[in-house]
Write a protein that binds this ligand. Structure first.
Ligand code: NDP
Ligand code: HSE
Length: 426
């Protein structure tokens, strides 16, 4: 006899709709391959008209969250509403009622993982969130189940599709940031309020989850250095290409001993690095483990169908486990006592300084770099307006030394300002 698993969906928008479509269209296939009859029996949404859009029978409409929490026939609840509240309260209710929860909500998991996991343990239920990071790309399960043999040294990714789309348009078509953003909004990649994506919050939420799993310790998103793409100019893109780099918004996590680096910022990526070729709205995560060496995970990081695919994989996974899966580290939400999350990381830097085009200016600026231990690899000059822009590529330097040098350069008489500072992958 086939096992029947009743599923509820809270929030039937883009991802919830994709999830419903897969569970419905691939129902017989899943029954045949997984031996389970998955049935969506309750759907909650603020707007019941949305159920009609997906052909969901009216009998499935839940009038309130408690109707799902109290329904003993439902064992798995999918949360695809988004946001922190009421999603957190709703999920905790389900977990405490002993129901496994599958969510795509990276903001919620990154901010309240600890509380959600506590509720899951109390209710004897599982919390699964493959869809929260990198859409359809199975990176979470890989970190949890396929790479345990390794100390993960680094995880470097393009994990936000909206910003990758914008930067790709700026690079390949010479578009301005504003025009590329407008196009991304028209195509539905960027939201009307694009702040979470373009300011790097979305990538920081995801990096917090991925780095915590990769390094087996809490990497709170508040500890992640974050810088978005709003200051990237056409000139940065052009100079980058001339120097052999493409600009990408990278999420970078590294662990060396008990020191962790976690940062999100625009980065010059050498054109021959596999991440440089990841274009448009695609995502990729490059992982290095001490035994497995380099791996790259690539695919669609968003959209109804890819993200729905990740949700359904969690539904299947949850339904087949004998016991819930919990974190393999002390998931308190805080940095562990024996771990340092360092903000003073080391990198190569591209620094463009706008100056008065006069004798001695270059020497003054390079003098400041020397004073702060920042060694220059190459220098070029762009003419423009009444002055010039000097573009420096540094050797590896520390963030704190570079910041001190920037402060001193901006205080020089003939110097206008540091117009760009972009870290270089390498
Ligand atoms: P949508 O806005 O398309 O869908 C959310 C749905 O939930 C809407 O129908 C919304 O109604 C409904 N909803 C919101 N709050 C409530 C509530 N309190 N009670 C009942 N229904 C509610 O969002 P997405 O599908 O795009 O995103 C859902 C989640 O998936 C988010 O956490 C997002 O970060 C994540 N995600 C999204 C991806 C994507 O490609 N879109 C990719 C990966 C993750 P209303 O519109 O009226 O508010
Ligand atoms: N806004 C996100 C992105 C959606 O652009 O990648 C997927 O999490």
């Amino acid at each position: 006899m086939k096992k029947i698993v009743n599923v509820a969906i809270m929030g039937i928008g883009t991802v919830g709709g994709g999830t419903y479509e897969i569970l419905t269209n691939n129902h017989d296939f899943l029954m045949r391959t997984q031996g389970v009859d998955y049935r969506v029996t309750k759907v909650l949404d603020k707007n019941t008209d949305r159920l009609k859009m997906f052909g969901i029978p009216e009998s499935c409409a839940a009038s309130c969250v408690d109707e799902i929490a109290q329904d003993k026939s439902i064992s798995i609840v999918v949360e695809t509403m988004g946001g922190v509240e009421p999603a957190k309260t709703f999920i905790e209710k389900m977990l405490l009622a002993g129901k496994d929860v599958v969510t795509a909500n990276k903001e919620l998991v990154s901010k309240h993982w600890s509380a959600l996991e506590a509720a899951a343990r109390k209710g004897g239920a599982g919390l699964y969130f493959e869809a929260s990071c990198v859409g359809g790309v199975p990176i979470i399960r890989a970190l949890q189940e396929s790479l345990q043999a390794n100390h993960i040294n680094s995880i470097v990714g393009i994990i936000n599709g909206t910003t990758n789309y914008i930067l790709t348009k700026m690079t390949e078509e010479g578009m301005s940031y504003a025009d590329a953003l407008k196009e991304a909004q028209q195509l539905g990649y960027a939201e009307f309020n694009p702040t979470a994506d373009v300011e790097g919050f979305d990538a920081a939420y995801k990096l917090s989850i991925l780095a915590s799993l990769a390094f087996h310790t809490c990497v709170p998103y508040t500890e992640i250095y974050r810088e978005g793409i709003t200051k990237v100019t056409k000139a940065d893109i052009k100079t980058g290409l001339e120097l052999g780099y493409r600009i990408k918004l990278l999420a970078i996590g590294k662990r060396k001993g008990n020191v962790i680096e976690a940062r999100v910022h625009p980065t010059f990526v050498p054109v021959d690095h596999p991440l440089a070729g990841v274009g448009g709205s695609f995502n990729a995560v490059y992982v290095n483990g001490d035994f497995v060496d380099d791996l790259m995970f690539y695919g669609r990081g968003a959209g109804a169908r890819p993200t729905g695919s990740a949700i359904v994989s969690d539904v299947v996974y949850a339904s087949k486990r004998n016991a819930p899966l919990y974190s393999d580290f002390d998931n308190s939400g805080n940095v562990a006592a024996d771990i340092e999350v360092s903000k003073d990381f080391k990198s190569k830097y591209y620094i463009a300084v706008s100056v008065k085009d006069a004798p001695g200016v270059l020497a003054a600026v390079t003098g400041v770099f020397a004073n702060h231990n920042v060694s220059i690899e190459s220098v070029s000059q762009r003419a423009g307006g009444t002055g010039a822009t000097i573009c420096f590529l540094t050797h590896t330097a520390s963030e704190s030394d570079v910041n001190k040098a920037v402060g001193d350069i901006e205080a020089l008489d003939d110097t206008n300002k540091v117009v760009s500072l972009i870290r270089v992958l390498g």
